[in-house]
Design a protein around this ligand. Structure first.
Ligand code: BGC
Length: 383
């Protein structure tokens, strides 16, 4: 990897940009503020340069995001003794991210989650998308937002490190109508929150549902499974699915079932009883009790051994709990450890799966002249 590094924003400077000559590294005084550093993460098979942005806050917490997939590659947060660990699964090199992998850390779009049979109607017209997950369309198709190289721009304000990624998706790309411009801004606050703010606009009616697909393991990447993590999801209801993981349309209560996480519960304690197809585990959309629209507390996960706690706030109406059921030891990650089943968990804040075919689900249609907006915060502490 090219070691040329540019410190892009530092201390209390708002988006201060220090350009470095090739082969040079430049530093700027850090003070008590955060900083943004840019380095090369390699070149795609198509010859596109990919950069990595490292956000560091005043507490030494760091988040690394690459322009390929606007994808979170590393996130280092302290445990109750102040010991840092990288709590997201992923790879060290670009070639691994370009290859086959289950969306580690990526920004997902144009429409996250599944669309039944890859079909939907909009404005009286039928659209057909790739069926890249059994009979269904998943996570934006063959070459979704997760496999595109985004433009990046430092976006720090008042010493709080941030970077904004932008991608313009052509009309009919992956079968979706309308040219869409999407942005995702990652901000690492001094309160140890990683804040993700999404926007999207379009020139024709289309559908949009953006999320982040990080796999978290609060014990650290490669440190076993998440089965002992204690999970809370503030949701009284969820959307049951068929054998292909498409919602049946029912909105069912979680009360008295293994789906209920209203009280902190070890993920593994009931995982074998979760209804659904092999390989077993949670892979379900929860209907958040706050209803969406405003940023609100939605879920939390705690690793009892390290004490690391992650709270999830979102303005989205739903969250997909996915417990890494399809990980089977065939992928080796950053730490050189093979990812076994349940090596990480995803909390994908989102509109519900297959919403475009379910008029009673919150709508995912985006009209020209309107701006899709969504915010999710992952807040870290330890106790
Ligand atoms: C889906 C899973 C899928 C995983 C990786 C999740 O969002 O719900 O079914 O296996 O993504 O592709």
């Amino acid at each position: 990897m090219n070691v040329r590094v540019r410190i892009l924003a530092a201390a209390c400077a708002a988006s201060a940009v220090l350009a470095a000559a090739p082969g040079h590294a430049q530093t700027a005084s850090g003070g008590k503020g955060g900083r943004v550093e840019k380095s090369s993460f390699g070149t795609t098979r198509d010859g596109l340069a990919v950069d990595q942005y490292t956000l560091t806050n005043a507490n030494g917490v760091t988040a690394k995001i690459i322009t390929h997939g606007a994808l979170l590659t590393e996130l280092h947060v302290p445990d109750r003794a102040g010991q840092m660990a990288d709590v997201v699964l992923g790879f060290k090199t670009l070639d691994r991210y370009e290859g086959d992998h289950p969306y580690f850390g990526a920004t997902i779009g144009r429409v996250a989650n599944r669309i039944a049979k890859g079909r939907f109607r909009l404005g009286g017209q039928e659209y057909t998308l790739a069926t890249n997950n059994g009979p269904n369309h998943l996570h934006g198709g063959i070459k979704g937002f997760d496999k595109r190289v985004w433009k990046a721009q430092p976006a720090s304000v008042g010493g709080v490190p941030a970077v904004r990624f932008t991608y313009t998706s052509a009309d009919m790309e992956e079968g979706y109508p309308g040219m869409v411009t999407a942005t995702v801004t990652y901000t690492l606050t001094h309160a140890n929150e990683l804040r993700l703010e999404y926007t999207a606009t379009t020139d024709k009616p289309t559908i949009v549902n953006l999320t982040n697909h990080s796999y978290f393991n609060l014990a650290g990447d490669g440190q076993g499974t998440i089965l002992d993590h204690e999970l809370t999801i503030m949701a009284d209801r969820y959307t049951p699915v068929d054998d292909t993981l498409i919602p049946t349309g029912e909105i069912a209560t979680v009360r008295g079932t293994v789906m209920d996480f209203n009280r902190a519960t070890a993920i593994g304690s009931r995982i074998d009883e979760v209804p659904g197809p092999a390989p077993g585990g949670y892979d379900h959309n929860y209907v958040l009790s706050h209803g969406g629209g405003v940023l609100a507390m939605s879920a939390s996960v705690r690793d009892p051994k390290s004490g690391r706690l992650m709270e999830v706030l979102t303005s989205e109406p739903g969250v997909q709990l996915y417990t890494g059921n399809f990980l089977d030891g065939t992928i080796t990650g950053k730490a050189g450890v093979a990812y076994q089943k349940h090596a990480g968990l995803c909390l994908e804040t989102q509109h519900y799966p297959d919403s475009i075919n379910r008029p009673h689900f919150p709508p995912v249609v985006l009209q020209p002249g309107r701006t899709f907006k969504s915010t999710t915060v992952y807040r870290f502490s330890a106790r």
